[in-house]
Design a protein around this ligand. Sequence first.
Ligand code: EPZ
Length: 419
Amino acid sequence: MQRLIIQGGNKLSGEVCVQGAKNSALPLLAGCVLADGETKLHNCPALSDVFAACRILSCIGCKCEYDKGSITVNSAGADKSFVPDELMREMRSSIVFLGAVLGRTGECRLSFPGGCELGPRPIDMHISALRQMGVKISEEYGVLDCSCAKGLKGAKINLSFPSVGATENIMLAAVLAEGDTVIYNAAREPEISDLAGFLNACGAKVSGAGTGTVFISGVDKLHGCEYSVMPDRIVTATLMGAAAATGGELSLLGARVGDVRAVIPVFEQAGCQVYPYEDRIFISAKKTLRAVKTIRTMPYPGFPTDAQAIVMAVLTKARGTSVIVENIFENRYRHVDELVRMGADIKAEGKVAVIEGVKNLYGASVRATDLRGGAALAVAALSAEGETSLTNIRLIDRGYENIEDTFSRLGGKIKRVNY
Ligand code: EPZ
């Protein structure tokens, strides 16, 4: 087992390259199944979730090679359609392979992805959309048996909620389907636009990505391509949080200001200076932080739920009272108890968390409860007095490349130890 030992108190400073986006690399890897021959994805982060996706690709017959941030996928042998349970459970987003495998083979057998980390992770929208596209789906004992002997058919699909995963799954199923598909109330996250860009580079016909209505005209085949994954907007928000929490200043190379337009004002309200440039974002936190107006997590372009824990960690030492309303997931405050162990004054009930700024946080033994909650604890520990031991960090490794290396290069006192 490993843990992070963090000695708080240092101001972070310097410049750092923002890693490729986990939540784009995963659907793009699934999309490689649909492209004949070889596809090369650049700027892929070295994350356990990315390697788990490569294991799923191998399981269905693709060849995957990871080399210094690029993944080459050869789908020539992709003729299998079963994803074993242990692979499905490794990450929630494994469900996005369903649309791709159906598009490639016309059938797919996989178990429900894991749940409970952030609350139940239903896939009802995925299933009802695929059924509208002609897929027969039986659900028994947690296993989905899916087939579309006559091939996938284009459909007009209304999502009751702009689900990111469901939008991605439908796009992946629709690009090789017969006829046209329209997704109404589609997710508008930048990862959707990245997936559309990748699929179109493979010869697909996708338009409207990034808006609430996505149009896909089915084509007969897709070819391989070379494509670069977008920068990770949640890692960008995490690094901004680390600068704010430690009173430092960072230059985030490769960060795209358009992806964090809802996050920047929160840091500015808290008292940070944020200067967006063409190819980077500069943030400086020289002043004592102050509480901000109520933050409500919303689908993009609203405030991202994935940045909620990070910003909460920053606000624990902001003078005054801040309120966060978590509207996307039912159980996304599990990091609160851990922050309270460090001296934070937070009350969470239902969707609402009230944060009373305290003068100091103190190092403690804390445990990552989920990916972004774990990153939030690391940010809090960097700003705390004394030493923090942070365990269960495999959850952090799912989304952050070498988090200790990133923070120590910027002046943080943090190391990974076995125990
Ligand atoms: C994606 O998850 C991201 N994961 C999540 O990031 C992110 O928090 C989420 O989108 C929202 O932005 C990846 O991209 C791999 P949803 P996803 O479908 O697709 C409910 C991280 O930390 N819902 O938009 O699962 C669902 O329960 C992760 O990187 C249904 O009810 O999110 C949730 O309450 C965490 N039925 C809400 O919609 C469905 O069929 C949003 O889910 C699908 C979703």
